[in-house]
Design a protein around this ligand. Structure first.
Ligand code: ADP
Ligand code: ASP
Ligand code: MG
Length: 416
């Protein structure tokens, strides 16, 4: 059994759904197809959810944009108004419309997890209907009943033991060889919907592969594989044909957006290979990520993490930044659920880089200011060069002022 995952870019319009069907039709054998929301629909739903929560008048306008986007695709794929494949997507649209008409509760994260999953519910109902209408028999699985998580809304943790049992019941392959299901969403034992963190569909594919002992996972992207840089930023980027798990987990954690960082562990744990391939050129080999017996030479890989906040803390009483102070700083970061992207300390200062959200500057920084003098630079970027060469460093840093620099044997990082 194999898992195919199709992201938003691959199903951004009716042509994308037809292309997905063509890729699927080429593959015999048992297949689980994991799909994320179409195009940029999750971003649009986030705006709608915010408007809903704040009860601002834009909810209806944003919902209409969401509805029109899907209706255009449905009309294109199922032109006959009586086509039964139109029923389920329409039901989901009505359910979302009703929800946005209700009074929101007091919890934003709870409401987020009620609103945002409609992107995936719509996309999978359309994809499943289109495959069936074109002779590609499949079952649509509502993953919320089988992938069971805690109620940590917006960043839920999946319970592997319960989910394993339930997923094996759902994906039994007794009366079909294909399933279509949602990425990124899950459900609690009491049937609340949860989400696994933005861009989490790759992670769903990896979890299902682990739970169902898949032979491989293929994630279909708009790039020819994992490359030596984001080709949208660096024209000279080249495809890396083979990569060990360890390297892939490092690259994704440093910010290479092509794979979600949580994707690798469930696959590595069971030795399941991950293929990253282009939906624009399905016959090309792409990248395979797995364990290799031999050493794999890798080119310098350039990763650019934008929108970073660089903070430098200095104790107000001129005391050392020693273990006690560091543990207090780390505890504060954990409490705000912030991930450190880089850190560096000296006798009386500690500098670190985190993803920037404007709200942070108010709450988090104010809290730190009780004990520390706080200097910050917002809107900086963190440049990482894995397997660096001096030439590559010169090329990507090229005259930009460097605020922090750090090098290990394999990795050079610069805050610029
Ligand atoms: P999905 O459609 O699955 O959501 P994403 O947009 O999340 O796909 O990921 C694919 C994008 O990742 C590419 O379009 C590319 O711009 C970006 N990207 C960033 N770093 C890399 C890299 N090292 N190799 C390939 N693509 C990269
Ligand atoms: N649709 C979700 C998002 O945009 C999940 C995903 O695409 O992986 O974050
Ligand atoms: Mg994505």
């Amino acid at each position: 059994m194999e898992i195919f995952k199709f992201g938003g870019a691959s199903v951004k319009d009716a042509g994308g759904v037809r292309n997905l069907a063509s890729i699927v039709s080429e593959r015999g054998g048992r297949l689980v197809i994991v799909v994320s929301a179409m195009g940029k629909m999750t971003n649009l739903l986030e705006k709608a959810c915010e408007a809903y929560f704040r009860r601002d008048g834009r909810v209806k306008e944003l919902f209409d944009e969401f509805r029109r986007f899907h209706e255009a695709i449905i009309d294109d794929l199922f032109p006959d108004a009586r086509d039964p494949a139109r029923a389920l997507p329409r039901e989901w649209l009505s359910a979302l419309e009703r929800l946005l008409d209700e009074e929101p509760s007091l919890s934003y994260d709870y409401e987020y997890d009620r609103v945002i999953p409609f992107g995936e519910l719509l996309s999978t109902s359309i994809v499943s209907g289109y495959l069936a209408a074109n002779g590609l028999d499949n079952r649509l699985v509502d993953i919320r009943r089988y992938l069971i998580s805690d109620a940590c809304h917006r960043n839920a943790n999946v319970d592997l033991d319960i989910s394993r049992e339930r997923c094996r019941e759902a994906f039994h392959f007794e009366d079909t060889s294909r399933y279509v299901t949602q990425g990124f969403i899950a459900g609690t034992r009491t049937s609340q919907t949860t989400t696994l963190g933005r861009e989490g569909s790759d992670y769903t594919a990896a979890l299902l592969a682990n739970l169902l002992d898949a032979r491989s996972v293929t994630i279909w992207k708009d790039v020819p594989g994992v490359m030596s840089a984001d080709p949208k930023e660096f024209a000279k980027a080249t495809v890396i044909d083979r990569m060990p798990y360890k390297e892939a987990i490092e690259l994704s954690r440093f910010g290479a957006k092509v794979i979600h960082p949580k994707t690798i562990k469930p696959l590595q744990n069971k030795g399941i290979p991950l293929h990253v391939k282009s939906f624009l050129s399905p016959a090309s080999a792409g990248t395979v990520i797995r364990d290799f017996d031999e050493w794999i030479p890798l080119p310098p890989v350039y990763i650019n993490k934008e929108n970073q906040l660089l903070l430098t803390l200095t104790p107000r009483d001129f005391s050392f930044i020693a273990e006690e102070k560091l543990s207090h700083i780390f505890a504060t970061l954990a409490r705000y659920k912030l991930k450190l992207n880089l850190m560096q300390n000296s006798a009386i200062s500690f500098s670190f880089c985190i993803d920037h959200h404007p709200a942070l500057l108010e709450e988090f920084v104010r809290e730190l200011q009780r004990d520390y003098g706080v200097r910050y630079n917002d809107n900086v970027r963190l440049v990482t060069i894995r397997h660096y060469t001096e030439e590559m460093i010169r090329e990507v840093i090229a005259g930009r002022p460097v605020l922090v620099e750090q090098r290990s044997r394999t990795t050079a990082q610069f805050v610029v």
